[in-house]
Design a protein around this ligand. Structure first.
Ligand code: FDA
Length: 308
């Protein structure tokens, strides 16, 4: 119920302008978002890398409907990759992109997004790193996976993302669990209808475990994106059962969520990648995080009510 309400609130312009103008909002935003500029993102990456973490940086924004904006998103990634390289952290830092931010909704959108994604993937390769293409709601899944497949012909390490909440994802995992394929498995952040998605938490978790088994048993590189302690324990046990060394898969978590657990896993010898969002379009992202964890919402509301 709360998740539904928060996702509805996230799409309200009135609520957005009220929240962004409240005195305490910057403090809460900073917990989950690196900042609005490339420089702020790179500074956050440096701090995380110093602690032994890997990073994936996301320039916030999706559903672009203006060609100039899609080009601006591409250019932001090119600048980000240039600065990551200059800062000497590109070998620990990939970038995450959303196909819709690169132009899939524009006329001839698949071709526009592919051209933009290709530029970003080429810049990433030149900087010594790679790209993972985020999963968006189920109406985008076919297009996004096709984009990844096309990119992989040129840039073999471009990663795909699948969402355990979608009923199709087991089949997608079967297809993606092949040599050289990097696959991020997450539960899924979008509100989806029951005909395409599991809607009960327990069913989503069971699907996550089935997908995780397929990926860990397969010959690709699984990237297990979850903060769920039970799923992390199951992943560790399955990786052991299938004889996977610590360098043959990784855990992923969001910036600001369970930071102590991120470091605990690193100390235990695991590869952990932190997903770091930056940019001025932080509002929808922040609302999705609030929807996932009522405790985050409480912190948020308290900060807003406190005078800065
Ligand atoms: P869930 O939200 O069900 O939480 C399970 C448990 O984790 C909780 O009961 C609690 O124990 C613990 N937990 C969760 N949040 C916590 C907090 N703030 N503090 C303490 N404990 C907490 N989605 C998408 O649709 N497309 C995408 O491309 C991506 N990409 C992505 C990358 C990465 C690196 C991550 C980690 C996540 C994504 N997601 C995503 C988001 C993902 O789909 C999902 O919405 C969130 O990760 C929340 O799901 P959890 O697996 O953490 O479980």
């Amino acid at each position: 119920m709360l998740r539904e309400a928060m996702l509805t609130v996230a799409s309200s312009d009135m609520v957005k302008s009220a929240v962004t103008s409240m005195p305490g909002s910057a403090r809460v935003v900073r917990r989950f978002v690196a900042g609005e500029t490339v420089a702020a993102a790179v500074a956050t990456v440096r701090r995380l890398v110093e602690r032994g973490l890997q990073v994936s940086v996301d320039y916030l924004g999706e559903d672009v409907h203006d060609p100039a904006q899609a080009s601006a998103v591409r250019d932001a990634y090119l600048e980000l990759l240039r600065q990551l390289h200059t800062a000497g952290v590109a070998d620990h830092t990939e970038v995450s992109v959303k196909a819709s931010a690169l132009g899939t909704a524009l006329p001839d959108g698949a071709a526009v997004a592919l051209a933009n994604a290709r530029s970003v993937a080429a810049a990433a390769a030149q900087a010594g790193t790679t790209v993972t293409v985020d999963a968006e709601d189920h109406t985008h899944t076919d297009g996004t996976l096709a984009l990844v497949q096309t990119l992989r012909a040129e840039f073999a390490d471009v990663g795909a993302v699948v969402q355990a909440q979608l009923r199709r994802t087991e089949a997608d995992c079967r297809a993606l669990a092949v040599a050289g394929s990097r696959v991020r498995l997450c539960k899924g952040a979008y509100r989806e209808p029951g005909n395409v998605a599991f809607t009960r938490r327990r069913d989503i978790d069971l699907s996550y475990v089935r997908c995780m088994k397929l990926l860990l048993r397969g010959s690709g590189y699984p990237m297990l994106a979850t903060h769920d302690p039970r799923l992390i324990d199951i992943a560790t046990a399955l990786a052991h059962r299938y004889g996977r060394g610590p360098d043959s898969y990784e855990y992923q978590m969001l910036y600001g969520v369970r930071p102590d657990e991120q470091l605990r896993l690193v100390r235990a010898g695991h590869v952990v990648r932190v997903y770091v969002p930056f940019g001025d379009a932080w509002y929808g992202y922040l609302m999705r995080r609030m929807a996932e964890k009522p405790a985050n919402l409480a912190v948020f509301v308290r900060s807003l009510l406190r005078r800065s």
